[in-house]
Design a protein around this ligand. Structure first.
Ligand SMILES: [Zn+2]
Length: 336
């Protein structure tokens, strides 16, 4: 079977006709396999959904318990037969519950990696390589300029700032699924044991991470109504980036705005966003990780999606691996 008979880009997303399912579809479909809970991948309204237990729980937290018709949890490594097409889920190292999906039929095996990263992250299962004929990779940071530094070094910058400016509240913008919990866990791993104050929109997902055994230490609501605002002098407050443009943020004492994102490598982005302390912490592969992964897997073919497709396609071709851009629209990762 030719690879693009097993899986191909259709208007609603990547479609497998033999198993009659889509992967991370962008509009409601009868059967969806979901790689992870970020909103551009995990939409509500599908008939049947297959995903890891954590991804299903996260979808229920974000969209409500009726987010789909039927939800079927899949264990990592378990093989499920869908009309003769075999599918299995494998850790992607991106956020809690994130999976790569292997799809095999008639001697051809795909790996749809979804979003993934290879640098250590104690808040989720680590990436595992999945042998395949066709590897579908993201390319969010698919340009040679993207090299992500050690995240503990970035947290070190934050801890230094807290010492330098003990009177200022440090507001850290971090996306609510994955990044916020990783930043808090990194702070703990770097020895920060004071309370961390969180914006209300993070509480359910933080509670869920804790319920899955990820210790986030002393978390408290970042509500200003009750306490004296001086309580927040020198405090760490974590919230979604959107919250820091609101009045809510301006009520903290001498707020110092930090933002944890892979995009903080781009100085212009930090400047435009009024970010005083950019923290380059990414939940995606950087360029060396992308190319190392493709070298390790040595697939017969690479398909590149969401992000800087052309540069990675070109790199594959120079490495002697046939590659194509997928040009899927609708993926603008909320968790970079
Ligand atoms: Zn994602």
């Amino acid at each position: 079977m030719k690879p693009d008979q097993l899986l191909y880009p259709a208007p609603a997303g990547l479609y497998c006709p033999s198993g009659d399912f889509y992967v991370d579809p962008m509009r409601p479909v009868a059967r969806a396999l979901i790689t992870h809970g970020h909103s551009d991948h995990a939409r509500a309204g599908h008939g049947a959904v297959l995903a890891t237990r954590e991804t299903l729980d996260i979808m229920a937290i974000r969209h409500g318990p009726d987010f789909c018709g039927t939800a079927q949890p899949v264990e990592f490594g378990e093989t499920i037969d869908l009309s003769g097409t075999r599918v299995s889920f494998h850790p992607a190292g991106h956020v809690l519950g994130s999976a790569q999906i292997a799809i095999a039929a008639d001697g051809t095996r795909f790996c749809v990696s979804g979003d993934y990263k290879r640098s250590p992250d104690p808040t989720c299962a680590p990436y595992e390589p999945v042998a395949c004929d066709v590897f579908i990779t993201e390319a969010t940071f698919g340009l040679p300029v993207f090299h992500h530094p050690d995240p503990k070094g970035e947290i070190g910058k934050l801890l230094t700032s807290l010492k330098q400016f003990p009177e200022r509240s440090h507001l850290i913008g971090a996306y609510s699924l994955g990044k916020a919990q990783r930043v808090i866990r990194l702070l703990r791993d770097c020895g920060y044991d004071r309370p961390v104050y969180i914006h209300g929109s993070l509480s359910k997902l933080c509670d869920y991470y804790v319920s899955r055994g990820i210790d986030l230490g002393d978390l408290r609501p970042a509500t200003l109504e009750k306490g004296d605002r001086t309580d927040f002098a020198g405090a760490v407050v974590v919230g979604p980036p959107s919250a820091f443009g609101e009045r809510w943020a301006r009520r903290f004492p001498e707020p110092l705005v930090a933002f944890a994102s892979g995009w903080m490598m781009v100085r212009q982005r930090a400047k435009q966003g009024g970010v005083e302390l950019p923290l380059v912490i990414s939940d995606h592969c950087d360029w060396p990780e992308l190319t190392e992964t493709i070298r390790d897997l040595a697939p017969a073919e690479v398909w590149v999606t969401h992000g800087r497709e052309e540069a990675l396609v070109r790199w594959c071709e120079l490495a002697g691996i046939p590659a194509r851009p997928l040009h899927l629209v609708g993926y603008e990762d909320e968790g970079d």
